[in-house]
Design a protein around this ligand. Structure first.
Ligand code: F6R
Length: 261
């Protein structure tokens, strides 16, 4: 696993946007796996800026989001379809037909999950999967105890996640308790994973991901199995890493031919 420690959250997001822009520039038909949550918002803002100011085009790109709440539609303030439209899709040139999120309103949820997996396969698999991380170690919405081989399916959110995400719900309304999420097995099949973590409140999750044991109880630790996983973290999120000086020295000594931007 590559760990890149950057001075600030702003630089974490700029680096993530640079990696995505580099991929899309080199491969206009790239398949992107996308994440929501508070952490990636500046990444989308930077990609929108590059689209407007440098002509970066997403016309050939296909996207698959990690997850969506069950039982709400795109008009709901917690909807990830709505989040993605507002943060990214409405501001770039990606055709609507090439955008995919799980449909949390589907009458047949298992059928929807199978169709989502099939659509990822039909697109040729995901070239780059962007990930955030929950304090309980979830990636996508694979909560602790999720099978490390899991595929897209329905999951129940943990109390920790519901508390962290409840901000979008209108006063007096509960956050939906169920989600559809790509599985850990689905995520691990992406050709590259880029996880972003910012802030001291993510430091425990980052150390467990990188230096803790591989275990379903901490789903992000599954990235230890991935051949090309990059963690972009700010100083605060890196604060508990035992080998942080080593990770810094690796980044500083990275051969020019290995750099991707
Ligand atoms: C969202 C997702 C989640 C978030 C995680 C962190 O699509 O997959 O795993 O990345 O809950 O969220 P923030 O960035 O809000 O701390």
């Amino acid at each position: 696993m590559e760990v890149l420690i950057l001075p600030s959250g702003r630089e974490v997001c700029e680096q993530a946007a640079r990696i995505i822009a580099h991929l899309v520039g080199a491969r206009p038909g790239a398949v992107l796996g996308l994440a929501t949550g508070s952490t990636p918002r500046p990444i989308y803002a930077e990609l929108v800026r590059r689209h407007r100011e440098t002509g970066l085009s997403f016309r050939g790109v296909t996207t698959f989001n990690l997850d969506e709440y069950v039982g709400i539609d795109a008009t709901h303030p917690c909807s990830y379809r709505r989040y993605m439209a507002e943060a990214f899709f409405d501001h770039v040139d990606v055709p609507a037909a090439q955008v995919h999120l799980p449909n949390g309103m589907a009458a047949d949820i298992p059928g929807e999950c199978d169709a989502y997996e099939a659509a990822i396969g039909a697109a040729g698999g995901i070239d780059l999967q962007l990930l955030g991380i929950g304090r309980d170690g979830h990636i996508g919405f694979n909560e602790p105890s999720s099978s490390l081989g899991s595929r897209t399916r329905i999951k129940t959110l943990s109390a920790v996640t519901r508390a962290a995400n409840r901000g979008c719900a209108p006063a007096g309304e509960e956050l939906p308790g169920h989600v559809i999420t790509m599985g850990i097995g689905t995520i691990l099949e992406a050709r590259r994973c880029v996880l972003v973590a910012i802030g001291a409140h993510k430091a425990d999750a980052v150390v467990e991901t990188v230096e803790g044991p591989l275990r379903a109880f901490f789903p992000a630790s599954a990235l230890q199995l991935h051949p090309h996983a990059t963690l972009l973290v700010d100083e605060a999120a890196a604060g508990r890493l035992a080998l942080r000086d080593y990770y810094r020295s690796v980044a500083a000594a990275k051969p020019a031919w290995q750099r991707e931007d």
